[in-house]
Design a protein around this ligand. Structure first.
Ligand code: CP
Ligand code: NVA
Length: 303
């Protein structure tokens, strides 16, 4: 049987995504009540990281341990992948020894190539194009605070990056409006926008995108791999710092999210990030743990 992969949110049907979010919240509750779930006893997760991480590494590793399994951290400094061993060879070897693999790397095509040769499920733990694991946690967080996101309006402010593109995928799957505000030259993929249709709008003014939004979200101006552009981007993204003033035209009960790490004073003001009446960033980060536990159980067909 072909393994089930999670390379972008589009690998899930709408009902599967909704069930996954619910299962993440259920797992969280049971974990907090002290119930043990060792459904993945003996299972091994290989974690391939070609970029830095705090949340993703800790949540996958801790999540696997809590489910009775174990996780291997593999950096390019330690594996032959870093010395040029082809991805198809690495995928066949690693997947013959472990039960599930997660990869954080630059090119989406590399994760897809790995998955093509892997005999076990492969999870995209961030590429230049998508960050679907973060979206699972974000959707779980919205649902826990405000209920269903279907029919609501989300505002994306800033770079048309991997997070923005995952929000586009989510809007199609869960049928909500997405207002994107990016400076010119930093738009998400035109093809993705076209496929999403009228649900997703693109403009240049953060205030216009935020007007009436139920959720406002942003991310760093320069993602991992774009460090050399940081100075230029600071100039180009002037006016894109989400703060209390910009949030004032959002819906009365609007939430603020950020996948973290955050650069205070750049894409978000320190005051807004720390305003627990609006900002749910710490819940969002914690939910990475529960959402990914639900994801691994789903991909491995366990409960
Ligand atoms: N949000 C997120 O993926 O964080 P890390 O880079 O710390 O894993
Ligand atoms: N867009 C950011 C997300 C980090 C979690 C990056 O790719 O660096």
């Amino acid at each position: 049987m072909q393994p089930r992969h999670f390379l972008s949110l589009c690998d899930l049907k709408r009902e599967e995504l909704t069930a996954l979010i619910q299962s993440a919240s259920d797992l969280k509750l049971r974990y907090r009540q002290g119930h043990q779930n060792t459904s993945l006893a003996g299972a091994v997760l290989a974690m391939i990281f070609e970029k830095s991480s705090t949340r993703t590494r800790v949540s996958f590793e801790a999540g696997m341990a809590q489910l009775g399994g174990s996780a291997l951290f593999l950096s390019p400094n330690d594996t032959q992948l870093g010395r040029g061993e082809p991805i198809p060879d690495t995928a066949r070897v690693i997947s013959s020894m472990v039960d599930i693999v997660m990869i954080r790397t630059f090119h989406q095509a590399d994760i897809e190539l790995f998955a093509e040769y892997s005999s076990v499920p492969v999870i995209n733990a961030l590429s230049d194009d998508y960050h679907p694991c973060q979206l699972l946690a974000d959707l779980q967080t919205y649902s826990e605070h405000r209920g269903s996101i279907t029919g609501k309006t989300v505002a994306w402010i800033g770079d048309g990056n991997n997070m923005c593109q995952s929000w586009i995928n989510a809007s199609t799957l869960l049928d909500f409006n997405l207002n994107i505000a990016c400076p010119e030259g930093y738009d998400p993929s035109g093809e993705l926008l076209e496929r999403a249709g009228s649900r997703v709008s693109l403009n240049r003014q953060p205030a216009a995108a935020i007007d009436g939004a139920d959720l406002v979200t942003t991310d760093v101006f320069a993602s991992m791999g774009q460090e050399a552009e940081q100075k230029l981007r600071l100039k180009k993204f002037k006016g894109f710092c989400v703060n209390h003033m910009l949030m004032s035209t959002a819906a009365d009960d609007a939430l603020f999210m950020h996948c973290l790490p955050a650069h205070r004073g750049e894409e978000v003001s320190a005051e807004l990030l720390e305003d627990s009446a609006i900002s749910v960033v710490w819940d969002e980060a914690e939910n990475r743990l529960h959402a990914q536990k639900a994801l691994m159980l789903f991909l491995l067909n366990r409960r």
